[in-house]
Ligand binder design. Structure first.
Ligand SMILES: [Zn+2]
Length: 597
């Protein structure tokens, strides 16, 4: 039995057990406090007589309450993820959810009034130094001010969404997860779910990948009429929403939520598109390594070198701590605390949910990290990734509960950076074949995050504009846009066969969170660019980086990065990130020549 089996988290900083009476006591107390809060502040926040004292005490009360309220739900969801098989874990989540909604309804007025308050009043009050801590929270809450409707209108939209947009999203999820993808592997007929069939696209055997790709296309096409209808409906629904809320273009609502302007996003995407030839260069080499005449869509994720090395948990832990230590003792000290104080759940166990995450929890406690560690190089990287998040949450605690988590585009900053540090040290210790495997995996992951998401963003832009200009779209029209949009990133290095043309149909982000995808390109490329600064500047970069993490979500991405001298509107900054990726491809090419010789 691997020693990892013992690495379980200790959640007693939150509650002692699922039967802890403290859970309901906390909720009772929060309900009382929420009622008092409403009695005290309702009608005062959007009043022209609002003073700095009132706003300060209201936000501070609100923050303290929100923080307490987060604890029961955080505990319930952590314990549920660690073992989903126990019905009492699911029941606790449901119970807490219902009680939490009751409390949240009492508090709803606060953010609405904050939005409604007159700019002259709020702006003058925010000048007050005592409000410095809450300035960004207040400003960010007010970003949607110009796009909100009257209260009765908002209520109608909210209620009707359950039978409108949200219902179509649920229909999408249930339809896609209900599809049985049928294929034959090794003479055996199988019926797979969507994640299972997609996992097979990484199978080392070409026949299996080919069969999986065909099964995916078959399953989707058979449901093509339904899925196309859902897409058309939701895209139309969004255009109605955007018109009512006075958004001038389809991307605007997302950009507002991300606190980015259209120009910055366009600069980023243009840098990704300009770098498509790099993707093509890598895939031409991959074609050579695999020895195929033509690289097809089902070969995109084919493993080319297998990473065989095993890293038991203790070794993984040491590797992460050492690479963090080389960067900064602050990083290794904080990360060590996660191991020593049992803030990590790494043990494989029946009923444990898949995937990995870091929960920031609250600022008076500390983050928890969740993963299933199976001794692979990949798991060492995941550990570094989640500890990167953990570090970010830990260091940003001093900003307070309302300002410690980052906006989406910078949320993956510390995780991807931590992962890069560990990647470099893993690669430096590996033998040639292991190195090739590590580089191939890393490069493909970067392309999938930077270039592919940019291509998907361009597709989505085209999709929303076409629907607005031409009305309902056919599956064929959408497929053509998808096919040419994604093919562009590969050039002639890889051929997306006809089968690939309907693969837009299962992408959940298009349906649930329009234009979400560019945040992935932003986050990853940002880290590459920061990494190149680190290489150039060495030691001098370290305190600025730690400062970035400590700032948390207390300002917009643009302000945050300006503090370390980065102008995210400058194309040269993004090209710096691309150069790091290019160097990885150069390195892979060199290693492969060496391997072949
Ligand atoms: Zn992450």
């Amino acid at each position: 039995m691997p020693e990892t089996t013992k690495v379980a988290w200790d959640l007693s900083d939150l509650f002692a057990s699922i039967n802890d009476p403290g859970i309901d006591r906390t909720l009772d107390d929060c309900l009382d406090r929420a009622r008092q809060f409403a009695d005290r502040y309702r009608g005062k926040i959007d009043d022209t007589g609002l003073t700095a004292e009132t706003l300060l005490s209201a936000v501070a009360d609100y923050e303290a309450l929100a923080q307490e309220l987060a604890k029961p739900m955080t505990y319930a969801s952590l314990i549920f993820c660690a073992d989903t098989s126990k019905p009492e874990h699911g029941a606790l989540m449901q119970h807490v959810q219902e009680r939490q909604t009751e409390i949240a309804l009492q508090l709803l007025f606060f953010e609405l009034e904050l939005m409604a308050a007159e700019p002259e009043v709020i702006d003058a009050i925010l000048e007050d130094e005592r409000l410095e801590r809450y300035r960004h929270f207040v400003r960010a809450s007010r970003l949607f001010r110009e796009h909100r409707l009257s209260e009765p209108e908002e209520k109608i939209l909210e209620e009707k969404a359950n039978t409108g947009g949200r219902a179509f999203q649920r229909l999408f999820e249930e339809s896609v997860s209900g599809i049985e993808f049928k294929l034959t592997i090794d003479g055996e007929e199988q019926s797979l779910t969507e994640p299972e069939v997609i996992a097979l696209l990484r199978d080392p055997r070409r026949e299996t990948r080919k069969a999986a790709a065909a099964a995916l296309s078959r399953g989707l096409s058979e449901n093509g009429r339904l899925l196309t209808f859902i897409f058309n409906t939701l895209i139309y629904d969004k255009s109605i929403d955007d018109r009512l809320r006075r958004y001038s273009h389809p991307e605007q609502a997302r950009n507002t939520a991300n606190e980015l302007d259209a120009e910055t996003v366009e600069t980023l995407i243009a840098a990704c598109v300009a770098s498509y030839p790099l993707t093509a260069r890598y895939y031409r080499l991959k074609r050579e390594v695999l020895g195929y005449d033509v690289l097809m869509h089902y070969d995109r994720y084919a493993p080319i070198f297998e990473s065989k090395k095993r890293h038991p948990f203790e070794e993984g832990r040491q590797m992460v701590l050492d690479s963090f230590e080389r960067f900064s003792p602050v990083m290794s000290r904080v990360a060590a605390e996660f191991f020593d104080k049992q803030w990590i759940d790494a043990a494989p166990r029946p009923g444990k949910r898949g995937g990995a995450f870091c929960s920031y929890v609250t600022t008076d406690l500390h983050p928890y990290v969740f993963l299933t560690y199976l001794d692979r190089s990949d798991d060492v990287m995941t550990l570094a990734h989640e500890l990167g998040h953990g570090l970010h949450g830990y260091l940003a605690r001093e900003r307070g509960y309302l300002s410690f988590s980052s906006a989406l585009p910078v949320a993956e900053l510390a995780s991807t950076f931590g992962q890069m540090l560990v990647f470099e040290s893993l690669a430096s210790q590996a033998d040639l074949e292991e190195k090739l495997a590590l580089y191939a995996e890393k490069i493909e992951e970067v392309f999938a995050t930077v270039h592919r998401q940019a291509a998907m963003y361009r597709f989505e832009q085209g999709l929303h504009r076409a629907r607005r200009e031409r009305g309902e779209l056919t599956a064929d029209e959408i497929s053509q846009m998808w096919q040419s949009g994604i093919q562009a990133m590969f050039g002639d290095s890889l051929e997306l066969g006809d089968e690939h043309s309907c693969w837009w149909m299962y992408i959940e982000h298009f349906v649930s969170t329009p234009f979400y995808v560019y945040a992935y390109s932003f986050g990853e490329l940002l880290v590459m660019a920061l990494y190149s600064m680190y290489r150039r500047e060495g030691e001098g970069f370290v305190p600025r980086y730690i400062e970035l993490l400590t700032t948390g979500g207390s300002c917009s991405p643009q302000e945050l990065l300006a503090r370390v001298g980065i102008d995210i509107k400058d194309p040269e900054f993004w090209r710096g990130g691309m150069r790091v990726i290019e160097e990885m491809v150069d390195q892979f090419e060199r290693l492969y020549r060496e391997y072949k010789a």
